[in-house]
Design a protein around this ligand. Sequence first.
Ligand code: UDX
Length: 423
Amino acid sequence: MTSTIAVVGTGYVGLTTGACFSKLGHDVICADIVPEKIDSLKRGEIPIHEAGLEEIVREGIDSGKLTFVLGAENAVSNADFVYLCVPTPQGADGSADLTYLQAAARQISAKLQPGTIVVNKSTVPVGSTHLVERALGRSDIPVVSNPEFLREGTAVDDFLNPDRVVIGSDDQAAAGRVAALYLGVRAPIMVTDPASAETCKYAANAFLATKLSFTNAIAAVCEAVGADVNDVLLGMGYDHRIGHEFLRPGPGWGGSCFPKDAKAIISIAEDAGYDFSLMRGVVAVNEEQFERIVRKVESVADIDGATVAMLGLAFKAGTDDVRESPSLEIARRLIAKGATVCGYDPAVKSLNMEGLEVVDDAYAACEGAVALVVATEWDDFKWLDLDKIGDSMAARNVVDARNLLDRGALRRRGFTYQGVGRS
Ligand code: UDX
């Protein structure tokens, strides 16, 4: 059955949600408060780097199933469902800032037809479904939680082929109607209460962040005892209770979700009277990981007044997103110690950070550098001409924070090589 869906907020989550619902056959109107963004979206130009998204946005526009409008109040009056996909940034105390969410709810309230279902897709603290109900101030509008589990870079595929769909509501009929929106999707759909759905999102991200910090901690142990982390993780991952996914050591985790959600769940727990010390440890291990990479650079080169090359600026490969990027966190620390960082990323073309110069070629980034840091796992970096890099560097030092390069090939060419968790 085709429904009319309004999506408030055309950021990463909103645009993916809107475009994918139109792909599933629904009529979708996406709203945003930024006029230039709406203008370019109407032309089918999307502001983010996301595999397959531009194609389905254009398909939606051409078929008339996807439209864009300025202002949430102009999108919702004929909607059967309104998806709230506005940002919930981290507030000063680590908790999520819900100003945008409340403002959006207030803005649309008077325009909604009775029976329209408002759905929270933004990651929100436990209790926010009720907070939106209060901001709407309408007893005839059910509010449902339907958290997203989208990974950047594979968001379209994650939406259309999810591991699960989680719906939280005290109103079973409303939950059933939201579940019906996903009829074209083959995945378990679970309905629970709002607090459980909201907690599920945080718990999933907190667990993944824990797995990553654990992996990086095991890498540190491997370095100390002379073990090879790749083999250790392979041996662990064959145990199907553990699995191979999310066991890649790296420079620390980042992005728009993990750091914010990890801190938020600590703060949610604290407010509820539970000291989530495990999670505080997970965050602390991540901070240490940035520092461990910096120390590896310092162990081979005097960086004060020198240039350090950085390959990869995005928080992971496949995206141009630099929010909470470990690369930038490491760059910032190197710059604070007197280095100039020359960075290259296949998807990030400019950045505003004092001491960091962004160039448009990997070889240019390495020129005159005393050390090269591989910070993002872009495949392109595997195939670089190592002789050409070595010839242009001031000293042949590589710190490979993603265990991406061929360490034998580098060492044969006289480079020092340090990976993560292996010698
Ligand atoms: C994440 C969750 O995966 C997603 O379910 C949630 O809804 C939003 O947050 P995303 O932010 O796109 O998605 O990033 P993800 O692919 O999970 O990676 C997060 C960070 O962990 C990145 O910095 C990445 O480089 C790092 N990472 C990931 C590792 O260091 N090793 C790994 O094995 C996997």
